[in-house]
Design a protein around this ligand. Sequence first.
Ligand SMILES: NC(=O)C1=CN([C@@H]2O[C@H](COP(=O)(O)OP(=O)(O)OC[C@H]3O[C@@H](n4cnc5c(N)ncnc54)[C@H](OP(=O)(O)O)[C@@H]3O)[C@@H](O)[C@H]2O)C=CC1
Ligand SMILES: O=CCS(=O)(=O)O
Length: 252
Amino acid sequence: MNRIAFITGATSGFGRACAHRFAEAGWSLVLTGRREERLNELREALQDRVPVHTAVLDVRDADEVKAVIDALPEAFAAVTCLVNNAGLALAPQPAQRVSLDDWHTMIDTNVSGLVNVTHALLPTLIDQGAGSSIINVGSVAADAPYPGNHVYGATKAFVRQFSYNLRCDLLGTGVRVTDIAPGLAETEFTLVRTGGDRGAHDTLYGDTTPLGAEDVAEQIFHVATLPAHVNINRLEVMPVRQAWGPFAIDRD
Ligand SMILES: NC(=O)C1=CN([C@@H]2O[C@H](COP(=O)(O)OP(=O)(O)OC[C@H]3O[C@@H](n4cnc5c(N)ncnc54)[C@H](OP(=O)(O)O)[C@@H]3O)[C@@H](O)[C@H]2O)C=CC1
Ligand SMILES: O=CCS(=O)(=O)O
């Protein structure tokens, strides 16, 4: 089987680390994201080792998603692994203080964006059959309610259930589906969530040992390269120094 990975959100964090990890193993890569300069840098860094195709892509735009996939050069068209990684959290304030726009942006990116790319690539993945995979980046936030998680966690609960439901429909096609659910991981995630608050980033990841982007990429790569008859339905991965909190109680 040709090994071609299509990675969304490859310009940073887990996506970029996946590009490096899959390249290390000789996969051909389709790398997408909105920031063209970063895509160019990544292509420069990797193209001596493996074939790399980059495309500027905002996953929220279904037409753009389809156009990018329809225009894949022949050598990259037979995608065998979709890493649905593009996503973001915004507005860590309580629900009653956040803007409706921020909620919509999370839904448009984490839910509609993931669905757009999946829908456009499903026929290709089914054509590739056994051994191909869809790896959706969910989150522990899908299951753990916490203040400020509101719509973000809800979008990741969608990712989990969509992944399970896809498994049901894809039974018999050989296409595998995984929801990978990371916990605390140091990337640009918190800078995006807080609108660029470097102090919040440093406080969250300081004095502890979060996951690195490479830790998560390693798990994604592991899932993608398991024997073709093995499907990891969900893989939750946290740093050892993270666990769940107690219930909160409002008292007089
Ligand atoms: N870091 C963490 O603690 C955790 C993160 N996650 C999830 O992991 C995924 C990756 O996040 P992470 O690497 O941490 O964060 P980063 O902010 O470092 O990376 C996010 C990536 O998503 C891309 N992206 C965002 N919006 C869009 C869009 N509309 N269209 C295309 N690409 C987009 C960004 O690219 P660009 O801006 O160039 O478009 C960027 O490459 C997300 O789905 C996130 O929810 C899950 C659990 C834990
Ligand atoms: O998805 C991100 C992990 S967390 O910020 O919700 O813990």
